[in-house]
Ligand binder design. Structure first.
Ligand SMILES: [Zn+2]
Length: 341
């Protein structure tokens, strides 16, 4: 966890300490290490290892992370976007083993992706290729944080699902009230107490049915913690994507509608991916991807109805296999990837 102060001056020494601990636990010396792979939020230039102001890492403005680490360790250092590394991890050690062309998509607080074509991570001219969450789904839609209109992430991420549910609740409609009552009951039973540990999810064991969905981002007003008084006015109660998912499972119509709309939008996104990249496999990770049939069915129906026959028949859409450590596995995979091991 980055903690309260994620500035480079605080994080980098912690990384050094963690690497030291890992070496100690492995009873290994630095001379035995082929290299260090770093998975980090973008935007960044993987060729130079410079990180440019990631929105969730304040203070990381043009930080030459690769050079800083090289100076410290004097061994090969590889820096890559976290979605690309997760994709690489799944490609080399997870669901994508044996494939050459895969697309990895993580459906979480946000929506991200990594595209691997012919065994190579697609980087693009400035290293930003594969921003799957920011493909346009609704060109007359609302503005996303990235500046574009109607992005997939704005419509179908965990944050979007929570936002839509909270809008329904605030509307004062009978349907919204029903969802609010469900959320209140859950809160009274302590079932929706915010699970902070689940936040950075990239996907737990796919066999685990229990969902640990991302919470809305802090600016969305996540108040669904144990200290929220249940009797307070309704404006105080904010539901998260996990609550919406549980409500949908319990048959609350507005929750079902929100999830099914999100699923359709993701389905449209998959059609775009299939048409653009003709992948052998699309690997879905992240908490939202584990909502089960209520998400998968509308999503796959759209793919079936809309995708062109030849690339549709060539693609397998599968769940991620590596679980919550996919980023770590992917960071390690960078060494194999760059050295063609
Ligand atoms: Zn966007």
């Amino acid at each position: 966890m980055t903690g309260e102060d994620p500035s480079p001056g605080r994080i980098i020494p912690r990384l050094y300490a963690a690497i030291g601990e890992a070496l100690e636990q492995a009873n290994a010396s630095l001379e035995q290490i082929a290299g260090i792979g770093i998975a980090t939020p973008g935007p960044l230039d993987s060729r130079t290892g410079v990180i440019f102001s990631p929105p969730n890492l304040p203070g990381w403005d043009h930080v030459p992370l690769r050079d800083i680490f090289t100076e410290h360790y004097h061994i090969p250092i590889y820096v890559e976007n976290d979605a690309n590394t997760a994709g690489l991890g799944e490609y080399m050690f997870g669901a994508g083993r044996g494939c050459r062309d895969i697309v990895y998509m993580t459906l979480s607080t946000g929506i991200g992706g990594g595209v691997i074509t012919n065994g190579q991570i697609m980087e693009g001219a400035s290293g930003t290729a594969g921003e799957l969450g920011h493909m346009t789904i609704d060109w007359h839609g609302e503005r996303c944080k990235c500046g574009n209109i109607g992005c997939l992430e704005y419509i179908a991420s965990g944050t979007a699902i929570a936002r839509k549910a909270n809008v329904a609740i605030r509307s004062g409609s009978a349907e919204g009230l029903e969802l609010l009552n469900f959320a209140r009951t859950m809160l009274q039973h302590g079932s929706t107490v915010a699970d902070r540990a689940a936040l950075p999810t990239q996907g737990d064991d796919p066999a685990t049915i229990e969902m640990r969905l991302p919470l809305p981002e802090p600016d969305e007003g996540d108040d669904l913690t144990s200290e929220t008084p249940v009797q307070e006015p309704d404006e105080e109660l904010q539901v998260n994507a996990r609550t919406v998912s549980l409500a949908a499972e319990a048959g609350i119509p507005v929750a079902r509608a929100i999830i099914s709309k999100a699923a359709e939008a993701i389905g449209v996104g998959l059609v775009n991916i299939i048409h653009n990249f003709n992948p052998e496999m699309i690997i879905l990770g992240g908490g939202v991807s584990r909502m089960g049939p209520m998400l998968m069915e509308p999503m796959l129906r759209i793919v079936h109805e809309r995708a062109m026959k030849v690339p549709r028949e060539a693609v397998h859409i599968v769940p991620a296999q590596l679980g919550i450590n996919v980023g770590l596995v992917g960071a390690g995979a960078l060494i194999y990837y760059h050295n063609k091991m």
